[in-house]
Write a protein that binds this ligand. Sequence first.
Ligand SMILES: Cc1ncc(COP(=O)(O)O)c(C=O)c1O
Length: 358
Amino acid sequence: MKLFDPSVDNNEENAIKKVLHSHFWASGTGIGKVLEFEEKFRKYTKASRCISVNSGTAALHLALSLFNIKNKEVILPSLSFVSTAHAIIYNGGIPIFVDVKPDTLCIDPEMIKKSITKKTAMILPVHFAGFPCDLDEIIELRGKFNLEIIEDAAHAAGASYKNKKIGSHGNAVCFSFHPVKNLAMPSGGAITLNDKNERGFTEDLKSKRWMGISNRKGSKYDVKDIGWNYYMNEFSAAIGIEQLKKLDKTNSKRKEIACRYSKELHVEQKIPFNRNCSYHIFWITVNNRDNFIKKMQQNKIEIGIHYLPIHKMKFYNSKSKLPITEKITKNIVSLPIHPNLTDDDIDKIIKLTNKFSK
Ligand SMILES: Cc1ncc(COP(=O)(O)O)c(C=O)c1O
């Protein structure tokens, strides 16, 4: 049983065949799948704008570049994939790692407040596992201290906060469409914008995602700023359009599995059950992690670790003391949760987790 597995049917197959035979595979050409995906994802999240790129990492890199964070501090959780912190470094900022709440493992607004200094420019919350962060409290801090908020919503496609889809709250919200994610593509990402400067930002992002090119007229163009090769390709977009059509359905399946895990797993700690969560990850804690992973693997059940704390990585080597993050990252594991699991698979995962987690 795989830890992650995208839901794929004939619709994805037909969609990629159409792109293949169009002979136009890059974006900006051919059958316009990238533009179509952007507009459909924008409507789905009810954001003001949506700009697609070729990964969640690229989305974070470019979204952070919209604001000047050079030599300024950006507050983030250490419990995330390293891309979240790398995006700050790419833009010359200083990552300030803070602790998470013990129940949801999302960034703790109280800890954010304690870490704000004159150098703080931005808060970068992560909707960990697809569980929505306390956005109201974070947005209140934005107002009080004049900060920007960029959300890392790599896990949160389809998650909601206060009846609004994630993607419609922060100045800029970054999604990943990596093949393991709730909305899967071969690779892809997007930034949704809800900022008063959204028009200028859209132009900026479009230029930065393709080498800084602007003022393009036919084969002629100019470059006013540095840019990258970050555009989404037509195959990814065509698959993404099909994935988006079924996202609410596949997320409902994840919630059904999460509901069973919540009720039937007898473990020390687990992600809370909440209908607004997209359950990209279902995390629990176990007593002996190596042994648990080995035993589950012997029974053909793949187990993940999300994540090892970023602040302890050699490159970051931060002196920050984050007791909750440091404790939980010693015994956290992720169980398989995806729409392709059968009832028998779920029964087996529950039975063996209860057996081997002690
Ligand atoms: C929290 C988080 N942020 C950012 C990323 C980066 O996304 P991508 O792999 O599409 O570059 C990931 C991907 O795993 C992630 O989990």
